[in-house]
Design a protein around this ligand. Structure first.
Ligand SMILES: Cc1cc2nc3c(=O)[nH]c(=O)nc-3n(C[C@H](O)[C@H](O)[C@H](O)COP(=O)(O)O)c2cc1C
Length: 353
């Protein structure tokens, strides 16, 4: 069993030499190489995105949520979501659902696929998900959530984890809730420190995550507002969590993993990548989108990533507007090349002024 003190290089998290050891976290029987995990994100965390982030140190990644019902029918779109390869481990699949028969069918289907963990989504606040009694709606019915988790733990051949919000509309009773979820045999709890009603508004509630950590013995993964290495450190410091989950902070910024590692190990934060390195990653990510989605869809899927990678650079406004009209590989490559020639880090322009 993991105790918080084992991860500290000394036993005093308040001391200035406080560091978090990055290794040593085990979820069920899965040993992670790092305590920085890539979050599940619908429409974003497909294989190309996961592989890029892994190459910068992300220790574990999750597929976007997959509805148990569609998994049981295994549509073309679902098969595409499930695509993975040897570079992509350890890997978690996330299931969304509320009907036992579909969850069981989904587990049956998943036997053919290589993955290491099964996460259950009890945190999605989308209206259409809530209307089906799934995602965060289950936080209103803890008994039902426990039953579903018990079912998954009993029938899954890999460790089961759950991802929750810090409550439905308030963190009241959160400690009791997570203790009762732990009793189902799950191997970890991820908590996004905002309530379901909050959605993505407001700041992450560190106190709520700390409550979860204090209530259970299984590892607690903290999610919410990890936009920089300093914010990751703040999350460890304030909550005592066992790992952090990076979501929007990784958009166009796989370097965040390297930066978090450096800061947690007590080293200086590495400088931001120069434009050549950003262009190199842009090209690599684009090529893997083409290979994954095919030429036409690959270009469309890549547009938002272009916008994200070019954030923080000046002289690129017109390129960022033009990308929504890029129709094929050569037009996208041309925009990447123009970015290389004209883009300039905003900080470096300010220095020159
Ligand atoms: C576009 C988008 C899609 C998301 N999809 C999922 C999902 O499929 N499953 C899930 O559990 N959480 C999902 N999330 C929530 C994230 O995993 C994460 O908990 C949340 O964004 C908070 O982290 P952040 O403030 O660092 O972005 C999604 C978030 C975003 C922004």
């Amino acid at each position: 069993m993991f105790t918080p003190l084992e991860k500290f290089s000394n036993n005093n998290p308040e001391s200035s030499s406080y560091r978090v050891s990055l290794t040593g976290l085990t979820l069920g029987n899965v040993r992670l190489s790092s305590r920085c995990i890539l979050a599940p994100m619908a429409g974003i965390t497909s294989l190309p995105f996961r592989v890029i982030n892994r190459s910068y140190g992300c220790g574990c990644a999750f597929l976007e949520m997959i509805n148990a019902r569609s998994l049981s029918y295994l549509s073309r779109q679902t098969r595409e979501m499930l695509r993975t390869d040897d570079r992509d481990r350890p890997l978690g699949i996330q299931l969304l659902g509320s009907e036992p028969r579909f969850l069981l069918k989904a587990l049956e289907r998943l036997k053919e696929y290589p993955f290491d963990m099964l996460d259950f989504n009890a945190g999605c606040p989308k209206k259409k998900v809530l209307a089906r009694g799934e995602g965060a709606d289950l936080l209103k019915e803890p008994g039902r959530l426990r039953e579903l988790l018990r079912l998954l733990v009993r029938h899954s051949h890999v460790p089961v984890t759950v991802k929750i919000r810090s409550g439905w509309d308030s963190p009241e009773g959160l400690g009791d809730l997570v203790r009762s979820l732990e009793d189902t045999g799950i191997s970890a709890i991820t908590v996004h420190g905002r309530t379901a009603v909050q959605g993505f508004r407001g700041r992450v509630d560190y106190r709520a995550i700390k409550t979860v950590k204090g209530a259970v013995a299984v590892p607690v993964i903290a999610s919410g507002d990890i936009f920089s290495a300093q914010m990751a450190k703040k999350m460890f410091d304030e909550t005592g969590c066992d790992a952090v989950m990076v979501a929007r902070g990784a958009w166009g910024n796989p370097w965040i993993f390297t930066q978090i590692h450096a800061v947690l190990e007590g080293s200086a934060e590495p400088a931001l990548p120069d434009i050549e390195e950003v262009v190199g990653v842009l090209k690599e990510h684009f090529r893997s989108c083409l290979a994954f989605y095919g030429a036409a869809r690959g270009v469309v899927r890549f547009r938002k990533f272009y916008i994200w990678y070019t954030r923080g650079f000046s002289h690129v406004r017109s390129l960022r507007s033009a990308v929504k009209y890029a129709k094929n590989e050569s037009e996208m490559m041309d925009l990447i090349e123009q970015f290389r020639l004209t883009g300039c880090r905003q900080t470096c322009c300010k220095k020159m002024e």
